[in-house]
Design a protein around this ligand. Structure first.
Ligand SMILES: CC(C)(COP(=O)(O)OP(=O)(O)OC[C@H]1O[C@@H](n2cnc3c(N)ncnc32)[C@H](O)[C@@H]1OP(=O)(O)O)[C@@H](O)C(=O)NCCC(=O)NCCS
Length: 382
């Protein structure tokens, strides 16, 4: 093998698409390929080639990600794959090392096809996704649960006008949120037959502060919620009331209700919200510790010296802001990049990681302060 690494350029687009189909074993539609042509900046991609043919790829797309108390411009690492003919020979290792050198944002994020891959490069599993199933025949809202109303059914064209504005408001301060790009809205709301998995076309709901899309499956007995973004608790309650009111429907299934979603507490029987799967969502790599730690807010006052793989930082902060400066002082808490990534969005506790041996020292010093006050959720794949 004669492996070389290079930055891609615009003319490499067709080679990138061909590689991706082979690497992931999939066939992309013409509409999707045209969308990617609009979305991707090939200069953010790295290729490993063997004798001039692409055998490994990594890339990134920039977007604002929600962090506790705000939003931060990050790089979303994506399109990572190595051809079946070249696996387990260090191609991913080459790509990841080079990409970490080139990224200039404070934070990088990705979603992982396997849980074993990215910890070694300093990424940590930061959020969780959850799949739920509700036996709708028995689901009742508590008599005193909020019933704000204000939901109407809208067309796909109206959703294209309404949903992005609501999603953008939801995204600010929702840890791990991906601000969805126009291209991805166009592709999703076009709702091509191949995305329907045997279900109906999408139906869309609008509330002044929320939006949801769903389709019906299995002779209309199962309602699958594909999208739900609520910028206020009122929109959340109003949309779920409509989603759980369908006459033909016996069950509701969705992946848009993360751990910590108040949905179960709106019902007389929270047990009806059955979790069928919980798995890692967004993985975070902190690239610039002071820039990352000052970009978020903290739920309690914190004053601590962190040692992150040999570099020490004095972090002071609280609900209104934070400072983070290099220091030579002795550390209160010692952790690796991967553990810092896991804690960054506030979806996991430092004391939990301490019990797993991933945080050393006085984990209580950062335990509460780093937690998020909203359930982390990315809401859009990348
Ligand atoms: C996952 C994938 C990118 C790995 O690429 P690769 O070139 O075979 O990986 P490398 O040989 O560079 O291995 C890098 C490290 O990961 C480890 N690794 C790779 N695949 C692994 C696996 N499936 N399970 C456990 N460890 C794995 C290697 O042992 C190596 O560890 P080391 O550096 O500590 O020795 C490749 O198998 C692939 O393209 N899979 C299909 C598409 C995919 O899943 N892409 C990732 C999307 S998030």
């Amino acid at each position: 093998m004669d492996l070389t690494l290079r930055r891609a350029e615009a003319a490499d687009f067709d080679a990138l698409i061909q590689h991706d189909q082979r690497g992931f074993g999939t066939t992309h539609s013409e509409a999707w390929i045209a969308g990617m042509r609009r979305l991707l900046d090939l200069e953010r991609f790295l290729f490993v080639e063997d004798a001039g043919r692409v055998v490994g790829v990594t890339g990134s797309v920039p977007f604002p990600m929600g962090v506790p108390g705000g939003q931060l411009d990050i790089e979303g690492v994506t399109w990572v794959s190595v051809l079946p003919t070249h696996r387990r020979r260090g191609v991913l290792r080459m790509l990841m090392a080079a990409q970490l050198e080139t990224m200039t944002t404070a934070v990088a994020a990705l979603t992982a096809s396997q849980g074993t891959l990215y910890g070694r490069y300093g990424y940590g599993a930061a959020t969780e996704t959850r799949r739920i199933r509700i036996d709708k025949r028995f689901a009742r809202f508590r008599p005193e649960a909020p019933d704000p109303g204000g939901v109407r059914m809208i067309s796909a064209r109206e959703a294209r006008a309404h949903a992005p504005e609501v999603q953008a408001r939801w995204a600010v301060g929702t840890p791990g949120s991906v601000l969805r790009h126009d291209v991805l809205w166009d592709l999703f709301l076009a709702d091509p037959e191949e995305d329907r998995d045997g279900g109906t076309a999408l139906f869309h709901l609008a509330h002044p502060d929320g939006y949801a899309s769903y389709r019906l499956h299995h002779d209309r007995s199962t309602l699958v919620v594909r999208d739900l973004f609520a910028a206020t608790p009122e929109a959340h309650a109003a949309l779920w009331r409509v989603l759980l009111s369908g006459d033909f429907v016996s069950h509701l299934e969705t992946g848009v209700s993360p751990p910590g979603d108040p949905l179960g507490f709106l019902l007389t029987d929270p047990r009806l919200v059955e979790t069928s799967e919980v798995r890692d969502g967004v993985w975070i790599r902190v690239l610039d510790v002071p820039a990352a730690l000052t970009a978020r807010r903290y739920t309690a006052e914190v004053d601590v010296v962190l040692d992150v793989e040999g570099s020490r930082y004095h972090v002071t902060g609280g609900p209104d802001g934070a400072e983070c400066t290099p220091t030579a002082a002795l550390p209160d808490v010692t952790l690796g990049h991967s553990a810092l990534g896991t804690l960054y969005l506030g979806g996991h506790r430092a004391t939990t990681l301490a019990r797993a041996g991933l945080v050393e020292g006085d984990a209580h010093r950062i335990d509460t302060a780093f937690l998020a006050d909203r359930p982390p959720m990315h809401g859009t794949g990348f």
